[in-house]
Design a protein around this ligand. Structure first.
Ligand SMILES: [Zn+2]
Length: 501
């Protein structure tokens, strides 16, 4: 089965796309704590802009079903998920060893409703993947998702569960090959690591590299084993502008689309690569950032857009609103409509703001060197890998409720966007020495192995037939029984936490 990526349920005019947009009105109420730069309130600001620009009426607006334990455990370790479910700000002091073990506490604090927050943002991304798999839309959008640093049993960089890995695993049930593209200023380490040894997922990350969190993403990290040449890293320096960025993004992505031919694409639209970000150091305009969305969309391949970083929240809302317009094929006015958060956007009250005059440290020579090197790596992949599908595994069952577009709950959190300075720990944990030959970074064997099994299980008949066991054995992998039929899955009761009605 080759979905090829060129047949879509809509979009024959080349302009319009059917878009599903996932939004939970509670998401803006989650609060990482005073001074923490990650502010879920930015999703509510984005939503308000979409509403007042009149974009919601052009999309299918869906409230995500919370991801269940077993959905999260397709990637994450059971004990880690169980810890996230149980830990509370009140009880965390009794679990210091666990906090340390799972890297929860500082960058990734325990806050009220933490687990529900994870379920919500992961539910949106998995739900988007299900919608794309069914052909119910051409583009699915979940701005609450994109938490690309989370590991199998470790929180990292403000991320607890990796909704992207979970969404890609869902897409792999239908698509032979899935492309992941990451334009956050930070390396998409959690996603790269999860799929480092498979040729069914190609990961491409554009990021600041060199003395910067998380420290990974060397151009020499290219994947391992079957996954060799299926990881691509584009290391950039401070102050990159729109033109320089696109001089790499377009040729590299064009070549990736040509040689890898993905059946679906996940684009992580982290907005901390914008000019003026509180933690970032790039110099992209909203239009330059959105050009990546426009370009990715032009290939007419089912596309999942997720959020990610972004710490100057007025610019995050500007960016994701504009990019939703790009997804829809609607150019929105620069003049911002009156709405409840308008005071964030003064003195311009416009969607677009000029980038700064900061120095671009990426010389033409450096950019050319990177482009040549990466195109050379891609030339080693002359043919897209082909895998044999047997029976398509069951979808993750999600019955999303249509979101009431006039939801009443638009309260601002009293403490949200208090711009207290709090520098994110910027010390990389895994910086490679410049002169040391890059080692294969299959750092977390266990996590990688689990995902390899999970990926493989999408190829294997869901019944325990002799053939499927033989197929698993032939592939050198333990047989993993696929999930039960979704019709038989019980829908768990809602989680405890602040989003309980
Ligand atoms: Zn980031």
């Amino acid at each position: 089965m080759d979905t090829g990526g060129n047949s879509l349920p809509s979009g024959a005019d080349g302009l319009k796309r059917k878009v599903c947009y996932f939004y939970d009105p509670e998401v803006g109420n989650y609060y990482y704590g005073q001074g923490h730069p990650m502010k879920p309130h930015r999703m509510r600001m984005t939503h308000a802009l979409l509403a007042h620009y009149g974009l919601l009426q052009h999309m299918h607006v869906l409230k995500p079903n919370p991801a269940r334990d077993k959905d999260l455990c397709r990637f994450h370790a059971d004990d880690y998920v169980s810890f996230l479910r149980r830990v509370t700000p009140e009880t965390q002091q009794d679990q210091l060893r666990q906090l340390k073990r799972f890297n929860v506490g500082e960058d990734c604090p325990v806050f009220d409703g933490l687990y529900s927050f994870c379920q919500t943002y992961a539910g949106g991304s998995i739900g988007g993947a299900v919608k794309l798999n069914h052909g119910h839309c051409d583009i699915a959008v979940n701005w609450a998702g994109g938490l690309h640093h989370a590991k199998k049993c470790e929180a990292s960089g403000f991320c607890y569960v990796n909704d992207i890995v979970l969404a890609i695993l869902e897409l792999l049930k239908t698509h032979e090959r899935v492309l992941y593209v990451d334009i956050d200023i930070h390396h998409g380490d959690g996603v790269e690591e999860a799929f480092y040894i498979t040729d069914r997922v190609m990961t491409v990350s554009f990021h600041k590299f060199g003395d910067y969190f998380p420290g990974t993403g060397d151009i020499r990290d290219i994947g391992f084993g079957k996954g060799k040449y299926y990881a691509l890293n584009v290391p950039l320096d401070d102050g990159i502008d729109d033109e320089s960025y696109q001089s790499l993004f377009k040729p590299i992505i064009s070549k990736v689309m040509e040689v890898f031919r993905p059946g679906a694409v996940v684009l992580q639209c982290g907005a901390d690569s914008l000019s003026g970000d509180r933690l970032g150091c790039f110099n992209l305009s909203v239009k330059g950032h959105a050009e990546c969305v426009r370009f990715m969309r032009s290939f007419n391949v089912p596309l999942l857009l997720v959020g990610g970083g972004g710490y100057t929240i007025r610019n995050v809302a500007r960016c994701w609103c504009y990019e939703t317009g790009v997804a829809l094929g609607i150019e929105v006015d620069d003049k911002m409509p009156q709405h409840e958060y308008i005071e964030y956007f003064g003195p311009e009250y416009t969607l677009h703001v000029a980038p700064s005059n900061m120095e671009n440290k990426n010389s033409r020579e450096l950019l050319e060197h990177i482009r040549v090197k990466l195109l050379d790596n891609l030339s080693k992949l002359q043919h897209a890998p082909s895998v044999q599908f047997q029976e398509r595994p069951p979808d993750t069952q999600f019955l999303e409720a249509d979101e009431d577009e006039d939801n009443k709950d638009e309260r601002n959190h009293p403490d949200s966007d208090v711009n207290v300075d709090c520098e994110r720990k910027s010390t990389p944990r895994r910086v490679k020495m410049e002169f040391v030959e890059s080692e294969p970074n299959h750092k977390n064997h266990e996590a990688v192995d689990q995902v390899a099994r999970e990926v493989e299980s999408t190829l294997i008949d869901s019944t325990c037939s002799k053939d499927s066991i033989a197929a698993a054995e032939a592939a050198g992998l333990p047989y993993v029984k696929a999930e039960e039929s979704p019709e038989n899955v019980d829908v768990e009761a809602g989680p405890s936490g602040m989003d309980q009605q």
